[in-house]
Ligand binder design. Structure first.
Ligand code: ADP
Ligand code: 5GP
Length: 189
């Protein structure tokens, strides 16, 4: 990533948090309630799950093709999460920032750290569950993941939450509307 690409009129918001905490739900609400926001679509090697669409939820790639994209320098950041690779495509981000958009990234803490290096003015927001048990209820209730994936995601939650100390803001997603309102205030600050 060349440092020049940081010179732009838009701004960057990073949303992270443990699986099932409500990141995607919150991002969708932000898109509904704010103009001028671009939500980045990540690339992943994880298999597509029930209800997901290629090019909408993620761009689904094989590991081989993902590696080619890494070599071509096409990612702003990428990381291995729960045994699969996830990355943010660079091209759209630069275009949207140049257009003055608020770019929203829903990525894990490793990606957040990489992006913060490149864009020190990016606001990093970590979403927390009201309590651990609620995380389990939400992951299970979503009905998207199999048992192995649920176990992996819940096992990783503690480590992810420990990383929240490096984030600029922490927001508890208890009542959805309240969490969204809090995040909109942070974005508009
Ligand atoms: P993530 O993107 O963090 O993995 P999702 O946005 O997919 O999480 O949310 C996981 C589940 O929790 C979904 O079924 C969603 O509808 C639900 N959910 C999100 N926010 C709340 C909330 N504040 N209260 C109750 N359920 C929620
Ligand atoms: P899921 O498989 O549940 O959709 O996502 C698993 C994890 O990958 C979540 O913590 C999510 O934030 C993270 N993730 C999704 N896209 C990206 C990305 O482009 N980069 C990074 N670093 N993490 C991502």
């Amino acid at each position: 990533m060349s440092k020049d690409s940081r010179k732009s009129s838009g701004s960057m918001i990073i949303i992270s948090g443990p699986s099932g905490v409500g990141k995607s739900t919150i991002c969708k609400q932000i898109l509904k309630q704010m103009d001028n926001v671009y939500l980045s679509i990540s690339v992943t090697t994880r298999p597509k799950k029930k209800g997901e669409q290629d090019g909408v939820d993620y761009f689904f790639l094989t590991r081989e093709d993902f590696s080619k994209q890494i070599k071509a320098g096409n990612f702003l950041e990428y990381a291995e999460v729960f045994g699969n690779l996830y990355g943010t495509p660079k091209d759209k981000i630069n275009e949207m920032l140049e257009k003055g958009k608020i770019v929203l990234l829903e990525i894990d803490f490793q990606g957040a750290e990489q992006v913060k290096e490149l864009y020190p003015n990016a606001k990093t927001i970590f979403i927390l569950p009201p309590e651990h048990k609620e995380l389990e209820n939400r992951i299970t209730g979503r009905g998207r993941d199999d048992e192995k994936d649920i176990t992996n995601r819940l096992a990783g939650a503690g480590r992810e939450i420990a990383e929240s100390m490096y984030f600029d803001y922490k927001v508890v997603n208890d009542k959805l509307e309240k969490a969204v309102e809090e995040i909109l205030k942070i974005i508009n600050k």
